[in-house]
Design a protein. Structure first.
Length: 253
């Protein structure tokens, strides 16, 4: 009787171990890649509850959520021979779990290495001004190249963003001087355009006064009104020559 109870206990214990080893649960964002005696099963397991054959089956969990990959800072020589230090970030997810496990040894390391080499290669083909002003274009080029390179591994790269561009101090000072000179040039151009437009308006006013002498008298009266409203103790009345010409002629006569 005792031996039978012991045997039953052993059987129950083995069954419990078998159930623990056989029953697996995969979350909604996980898939189980199962190898049966070394061979890959055609379909991933999950999400939810599923059974494995202990000892015979070996499972590798794969996370299907978007992964954030920080690309370490890279020393890059731009097309115009300026040394810069650039870092970036890439966002990708696994769309084919089986390929991510079977086609590459470590998809995280492989994707990181591809991203680093692509970053150096692409940025080296652009000038510094393009790197600073055309970020969206460069990001799109990086995303396309990295996505194409990692596609055989079942990886989809959705976004690649250049985060920071470190420029040498000497180059920063040169760029600051260039920006200041550019601002001064624009200020001079704007001032010259203003002078030109003002001279054009003065020429138009002179033509109007020449055709209509009464306009000069009206302008004179308006000036007197403006001077009369001032708080100054000394008022200078401008006297047009046309107003004094009759008196000058009488005196000469």
């Amino acid at each position: 009787m005792d031996a039978a109870l012991v045997a039953l206990g052993v059987i129950l214990f083995l069954l419990a171990l078998f159930a623990i080893a056989a029953i697996k649960v995969a979350r909604e964002y996980e898939r189980g890649i199962v190898f049966r005696l070394g061979r890959l099963l055609p379909q991933p397991k999950g999400p939810g509850l599923f059974l494995l054959i202990p000892i015979v089956d070996r499972m590798v969990r794969v996370d299907l959520r978007t992964i954030t990959l920080n690309i370490p800072p890279q020393e890059v020589i731009t097309k115009d021979n300026v040394p810069v230090r650039v870092n970036a970030v890439a966002y990708f997810r696994i769309v084919a779990p089986q390929d991510a496990i079977v086609q590459v040894e470590n998809f995280m390391v492989a994707t990181s290495q591809i991203a680093q080499t692509t970053l150096r290669s692409v940025l080296g083909q652009h000038q510094l001004d393009e790197l600073l002003s055309e970020r969206e274009k460069i990001n799109a080029i990086l995303q396309e190249i990295i996505d194409e390179a990692t596609a055989p591994w079942g990886i989809k790269v959705s976004i690649v963003e250049v985060k920071d561009v470190e420029i040498p101090q000497g180059m920063q000072r040169a760029m600051a001087r260039q920006a200041e000179a550019e601002r001064e040039r624009r200020a001079k151009v704007i001032a010259a355009e203003g002078e030109f437009q003002a001279s054009e308006r003065l020429k138009d006013a002179a033509n109007v006064i020449e055709d209509h002498p009464v306009a000069l008298q009206l302008r004179y009266l308006q000036t007197l009104i403006e001077l009369g409203g001032s708080q100054s103790t000394t008022i200078v009345f401008p006297a047009p020559i046309d107003l004094l010409s009759p008196f000058i002629k009488d005196r000469q006569a």
